[in-house]
Design a protein around this ligand. Structure first.
Ligand code: SF4
Length: 123
């Protein structure tokens, strides 16, 4: 079966054709470099994504905090990870890049804050 994978490793965004994904005779076309071939192979075998989301914050100068995983996690774990994040309510202050949740859904990847949240009334 043929699959088109858009490489996200660099801004060029090559459309890579992968034929017979998962078989012995995998065929790649359209990649401009080896990094794209590696990406396409990974995307074919076990796709991963960076997860971005928001979590609730109490006592802060904002109510929601944007967060993200420090590395891509398996695509089939994204919903479980979202559910885990939905259960979290942080208490301000929160620092930029503070670990919010370690080893989310046993992926070995941490979730960190994408910004600072000050405690309400403290500057
Ligand atoms: S295949 Fe290479 S050049 Fe093309 S997008 Fe991927 S990393 Fe960039």
């Amino acid at each position: 079966m043929k699959k088109i994978v858009v490489c996200t490793v660099c801004p060029k965004g090559c459309a890579i054709t992968v034929k017979d994904c998962g078989s012995q005779g995998v065929y790649y076309a359209g990649h401009s470099c080896e990094r794209g071939k590696t990406y396409a192979a990974e995307e074919c075998a076990a796709p991963k994504r960076i997860l971005t989301a928001s979590v609730r914050v109490q006592w802060g100068n904002r109510h929601m905090l944007p967060v993200r995983t420090t590395a891509p996690i398996p695509k089939d774990q994204l919903m479980a990870a979202m559910k885990a994040l939905k259960k979290i309510t942080l208490e301000a202050p929160v620092d930029f890049h503070q670990v919010i949740l370690s080893d989310i859904v046993n992926t070995g990847t941490d979730v960190v804050s994408c910004m600072t949240v000050e405690r309400e009334g403290m500057q």
